[in-house]
Design a protein around this ligand. Structure first.
Ligand code: HEC
Length: 156
């Protein structure tokens, strides 16, 4: 009898906490929109207190201040704190990391190009593979935020 009771208690315990497998809701990292589809559905972000708009925002430009934080976290080791391509790791790299404060150069890169190179890496556009693909690390919004920050950094 005690065995049966113990089994019952165990079953109740298990029922209490079982079956609740946390489905780790991974954020889908949406790939870059195909270049052939410029008319994106209006993906209105959650209404947030409007940050001082740094640049006329196109659809691939997110929030520059959020981008600045991401940039500090992931990009400055190579590109340098001011984006000049002079981060601590830069000396070991050839070709050198791009100078993101170079207005003339940055102005030649479209938002789509920036999205592509950040998401899919330098190799995807015939550039150095040392410029890694960040699409698995930084989500769609983060990449857009980075693009906004790069535009601010280079006033391009
Ligand atoms: C490990 C070093 C390294 C890190 C970290 C790094 N980059 Fe780069 N990046 C490079 C190098 C090297 C190049 C130059 C590639 C070339 O000219 O062939 C480059 C080039 C670029 C370019 C110019 C691409 C072009 O088309 O000319 C952009 C934009 C860029 N990086 C953005 C970023 C962003 C945003 C981050 C952070 C999320 C980042 N990079 C992190 C090394 C790095």
């Amino acid at each position: 009898v005690t065995r049966a009771l113990a089994a019952l208690a165990l079953a109740v315990l298990l029922a209490g906490c079982g079956g609740d497998t946390k489905s780790d809701a991974q954020k889908p990292v949406t790939p870059a929109a195909p270049a052939a589809a410029p008319a994106q559905p209006p993906m209105t972000p959650a209404p947030a207190p409007a940050p001082p708009a740094p640049a006329p925002s196109g659809s691939l430009r997110g929030d520059a201040s959020a981008g600045a934080a991401l940039y500090r976290q992931y990009c400055t080791t190579c590109h340098g704190p001011g984006g000049k391509g002079d981060g601590p790791v830069a000396a070991t790299l050839n070709p050198k990391p791009a100078n993101h404060s170079d207005h003339v150069y940055m102005a030649t890169l479209s938002d789509e190009r920036l999205y592509q190179v950040i998401s899919k890496g330098g190799a995807s556009v015939g550039k150095s593979p040392m410029m890694a693909p960040w699409g698995g690390v930084i989500n769609d919004q983060g990449i857009k935020d980075l693009i906004a920050f790069l535009r601010q950094l280079s006033s391009s």
